[in-house]
Ligand binder design. Structure first.
Ligand SMILES: [Zn+2]
Length: 73
């Protein structure tokens, strides 16, 4: 019985998390950034060329995005 209804993050304990740091400069603070993917009109559901934003996080110091942040290869 581990159900605790008033925990904001059920199942996640801060001490069980690990800090991610930048591969380039070891900084641990990131800012939201977006990849923009162009969807060609041929495969777009609307039939028109569209741009889809994909959110990831970039190092706030050097702007580097760690490889494991990329959702796509
Ligand atoms: Zn960095």
């Amino acid at each position: 019985m581990n159900n605790m209804p008033h925990m904001p993050n059920p199942g996640i304990n801060f001490s069980q998390t690990a800090a991610l740091s930048c591969e380039k400069c070891d900084n641990e603070v990131f800012q939201p950034a977006f990849l923009l993917r162009k969807v060609s009109a041929l495969v777009s559901p609307t039939g028109k060329e569209t741009v889809v934003p994909v959110q990831l996080f970039a190092c706030i110091k050097c702007g580097h995005v760690n490889e494991d942040m990329y959702p796509i290869e």
